[in-house]
Design a protein around this ligand. Sequence first.
Ligand SMILES: [Zn+2]
Length: 100
Amino acid sequence: MNFCPNCHAKVSRWELVKKTLIKKIYPIRCTQCSQSLYFTAKSLRITFSLIPILPIVLIMLIVFDVPETISGLTIFALLFMLLSTYPFLLELTDKEKKLY
Ligand SMILES: [Zn+2]
């Protein structure tokens, strides 16, 4: 569970997914104290490092000539796994930091 660094209010994982992926709001605002919340550079780096997994798996499926139904299911399962793990990797901070 993530907490607002300013008022220690809980920020739910679903709220993180909803605001960043669906509504594309960044920085997120704390619902209690309207403090701007950023993701820590460390957590962003880990999250971005997961993105290349998808094309790598796709290439492997093509190279090994995996049947379409199996490849489709693999990609679907992988996408689901990535989307469900990503809010757990994110950490919140009240200061904006550069990635590198
Ligand atoms: Zn707050």
